[in-house]
Design a protein around this ligand. Structure first.
Ligand code: DC
Length: 232
């Protein structure tokens, strides 16, 4: 039986990473964090002094570097040319640069090609912004995970505060709104909801409740696929 390609798209802070990992673990599927791929390109560009507005140079960079993932207990490490960059790609500076790099059509083309290659066989959960619309418009199961900016800001605020970072709640919500606007307004592969995606608003749902909805949807698809498949 073919296992599905599952797309989880949505704005930052909606819980995509957590849910994507849990859903993949539930079915023994691969989990692909496509945001980490864009972040790694931004880091490589910084390290090699490539200007983030030079499309041709960024295309060469994407062709030269190797981005891989390694399972590490319950977590996952991101490797750039074999070296661990898991923490280095999460700094605020790299987050900002990533938004610029991710708007470059050459970078999007290179990452999309890699994502298609990795996930073509199915049994993969991909999380990002454009999976159900641009990377895999024919993905078998699509989710669009959202939550109000106020709620996503509150979650981000708690996360940073727990890490000991001094933050302001109103400022955090403002930053979320600014990133949403930038992600939605860009010309290439903006954040839009696929018409056939199941929309889940997690503003008033905890992780477990959202996971249950997703698991049921995947099980429904698998059961349907089983009955539809010709018997051998
Ligand atoms: O999900 P994240 O915060 O790690 O994403 C980092 C950046 O990459 C963010 O600016 C959105 C962008 N991104 C994208 O343009 N397309 C994707 N498929 C995934 C992320």
């Amino acid at each position: 039986m073919r296992e599905p390609i599952i797309a989880i798209d949505g704005p930052s802070g909606a819980g995509k990473s957590t849910l994507s990992k849990l859903l993949a673990a539930e079915f023994g599927y691969l989990n692909l964090d496509t945001g980490a791929m864009y972040r790694t390109v931004a880091l490589a560009a910084t390290r090699q002094g490539v200007a983030t507005d030079d499309g041709a140079a960024l295309a060469r960079l994407c062709a030269e570097i190797s981005i891989t993932f390694q399972r590490d207990g319950g977590g996952e490490r991101v490797l750039l040319d074999g070296a661990d960059v898991t923490t280095a790609i999460r700094t605020p500076q790299i987050s900002q640069l990533t938004a610029v790099v991710a708007a470059c059509p050459e970078v999007r083309a290179a990452m999309t090609a890699q994502q298609r290659k990795i996930a073509a066989a199915g049994g993969v959960v991909l999380e990002g912004r454009d999976i159900g619309t641009a990377v895999f418009p024919d993905a078998e199961v699509k989710f669009f995970l959202s939550a109000s900016a106020a709620e996503r800001g509150r979650r981000r605020y708690n996360e940073l505060r727990d890490k000991g970072v001094a933050v302001d709640l109103a400022q955090t919500v403002r930053e979320i709104e600014e990133r949403d606007a930038a992600d939605s307004a860009r010309t290439h592969a903006p954040l839009v909801q696929a018409a056939d995606a199941m929309v889940i608003d997690s503003s008033f749902l905890d992780i477990d409740a959202v996971l249950q909805v997703m698991v049921s949807e995947v099980e429904r698809w698998r059961a349907h696929c089983d009955t539809a498949a010709p018997s051998s």
